[in-house]
Design a protein around this ligand. Structure first.
Ligand SMILES: Nc1nc2c(ncn2[C@@H]2O[C@H](COP(=O)(O)OP(=O)(O)OP(=O)(O)O)[C@@H](O)[C@H]2O)c(=O)[nH]1
Length: 372
């Protein structure tokens, strides 16, 4: 995890298995509540906490949590400094959930629904706490529910209206950050609309899996226990890369949010990669060929370092984490691969910056060796 004050300072003792937190996002009326009800019904033998994160509840000190257990729903309260989880001091929101679990017992799942107009990024960062910090909860994945009937107009118009805008509409961010996308309400659209919608969604986020649903009915194995932020998911990166590559060059939509993949054959020095990450996430040095500043929304990849070690890298906005891989190393394909989703990303510019960081890292190493 990156350093400094972004890291929530958790002090509570961790339970053996941290409880997975699934963020359910999606535009207004897309079918998020329908999905929550479906999960609660299907998983009635599990203990599930459902939290609705709404903004603008500044005066409330408590947030209602619905707890589903043995087919019954009851209400509990989270003690917060204000009513919005991601607006409260970072570790406060997580701590409030941990306090609730010490009172009510451990949950099997925590489902967090964001309001339709919300960017799920801040709340994802809040729960994406380093397991070494001893949290009782961990971010499992982000599901974006899309209303197939209305999304095409919304996404298409937004992409076309704001090709070089500095702001990114929340509906686009929701798709960009998703690990899995439910194309819901497919009963209301014909095949050609569905194909066109998939093309738009793929043009934003080419790595997430897309599942078509009616009334949000989905195989729960596809959306729960995803482990999207765990190194155990590293072998999926290649599957995602193949998804992205199969789509590359197939869209002609003029837009500024897209998915780009990078590959490096030789092992990378850690200092070179640190330098690259620092420049793209924190120093905003990356620009497109027209000079527009790029923004990385999400990154995932598998890195093979020059010393032979392999790590999974992930980021959500400016927060990133390396997880060293220790199992199944022989199954990891050679080289390094990174998937980036963000604004004003161009493969040529990204490759140029990455190679510059690799070259300057190698140059520095040669200098040091020369004076040894
Ligand atoms: N025809 C059709 N209607 C659906 C489907 N899924 C959900 N709905 C209906 O769409 C409406 C909105 O669904 P919700 O689950 O409340 O959507 P939401 O995303 O929670 O809505 P907000 O909380 O307002 O953002 C409800 O009337 C649902 O019954 C579907 O697949 N097909």
């Amino acid at each position: 995890m990156d350093s400094d004050d972004e890291i929530p300072s958790l002090v509570t003792a961790a339970t053996i298995d941290p409880v997975p937190v699934t963020i359910i996002t999606g535009y207004l009326g897309s079918g998020k509540t329908t999905l929550l009800n479906y999960i609660l019904t299907e998983q009635h033998n599990k203990k599930i906490a459902v939290i609705l994160n709404e903004f603008g509840e500044g005066d409330t000190m408590e947030k209602s949590v619905a707890i589903g257990e043995k087919g019954n729903l009851c209400e509990e309260w989270l003690e917060l400094q204000n009513g919005c989880l991601c607006c409260s001091v970072k570790d406060n929101g997580v701590k409030a959930i941990e306090n609730l679990m010490s009172k009510r017992g451990k949950f099997d799942y925590i489902l967090l629904e964001t309001t339709g107009l919300a960017d799920p990024g801040p709340i994802a960062k809040l729960f994406w706490v380093d397991s070494e910090l001893g949290s009782d909860v961990h971010l499992d994945g982000i599901i974006c529910v899309v209303d197939s009937k209305n999304a095409i107009k919304l996404l298409d118009n937004t992409l076309r209206d704001e090709p070089h805008s500095d702001t990114i509409n929340p509906s686009i961010r929701q798709v960009a950050l998703a690990d899995i996308i439910l194309l819901n309400k497919i009963d209301l659209v014909n095949i050609s609309t569905l194909v066109a919608l998939k093309t738009i969604i793929r043009s934003i986020n080419a790595s997430a899996e897309i599942v078509e649903t009616t009334t949000s009915i989905v195989d729960l194995n596809k959306i729960l226990d995803l482990k999207s932020y765990s190194s155990s998911n590293s072998l999926r990166v290649d599957e995602m890369i193949r998804n992205v590559e199969s789509f590359e060059g197939k869209t002609h939509i003029h837009q500024n949010i897209s998915t780009v993949t990078l590959e490096v054959t030789d092992g990378i020095l850690r200092t070179s990669l640190d330098n690259f990450i620092c420049q793209i996430l924190w120093e905003n040095t990356l620009k497109d060929s027209r000079g527009n500043s790029a923004e990385i929304i999400r990154m995932k990849g598998v890195i093979r370092f020059a010393d032979g070690s392999i790590a999974m890298i992930q980021s959500v906005y400016d927060m990133y984490e390396f997880q060293e891989l220790s199992n199944n190393l022989s199954e990891v394909p050679p080289g390094s691969r990174i998937i980036l989703i963000g604004k004003c990303l161009e493969k040529t510019e990204l490759n140029y910056l990455l190679n510059k960081c690799i070259d300057s890292g190698n140059g520095f190493k040669e200098e040091v060796n020369r004076y040894r």
